[in-house]
Ligand binder design. Structure first.
Ligand code: HEC
Length: 152
């Protein structure tokens, strides 16, 4: 693949996974928002950046020797995500249904946490190929966004 195609492939991967395309403006964006919204968005953006980095590896744009640590970063961040939504502060891109259907939302977030942790542990124990084989099942970002996040 050419350099440009590799770049595009990694963007396509990231878009496919999260349903987000535009790069995110971190600090400037966070400044005008309530703290609770800025905090959960910082966590979501961390996920986005780590998934994009993994996408660059999967597209062959960059060597694959850091797959384990990217999966670790994703699993760690996933474990922080639920807490960041506990404060019932509407706004940002979160739909009110997050708190109206909290049982379902939190079950999905916990499932996401468990699956990303399993992917990281599998990568460590059995190698990156074993973990990457099921990675799309762990990164079900879009399933949740389709219900709980405002459409772009
Ligand atoms: C269980 C639900 C759920 C899962 C799983 C989930 N998200 Fe989100 N995500 C949300 C919600 C809700 C918002 C809106 C938050 C807000 O703006 O207040 C959001 C927002 C975002 C945003 C926008 C942040 C901003 O600055 O506006 C990005 C980027 C994002 N998610 C990426 C990801 C990625 C990548 C994954 C998977 C690796 C993921 N999300 C998994 C629920 C989820």
């Amino acid at each position: 693949m050419t350099r440009r195609n590799k770049f595009l492939a990694s963007i396509v991967f990231a878009t496919l996974i999260s349903g987000t395309m535009a790069p995110v403006a971190f600090a400037a964006d966070a400044a005008a928002k309530p703290d609770a919204v800025a905090y959960r968005e910082a966590i979501m953006n961390t996920l986005d950046v780590q998934v994009a980095a993994l996408g660059q590896i999967l597209s062959g744009a960059t060597p694959d020797d850091q797959v384990v640590s990217h999966l670790e970063a994703i699993a760690e961040t996933a474990s922080q995500a639920l807490k960041s939504f506990e404060a019932k502060v509407e706004g940002g891109e979160a739909l009110p249904v997050v708190w109206q259907k909290w049982d379902d939302f939190s079950a999905r977030m916990k499932d996401f946490q468990v699956k990303t942790r399993t992917a990281a542990d599998t990568a460590k124990a059995q190698g990156k190929d074993a973990a990457l084989a099921n990675i799309l099942d762990a990164l079900r970002c879009k399933d949740c966004h389709d219900i709980y996040r405002k459409k772009q």
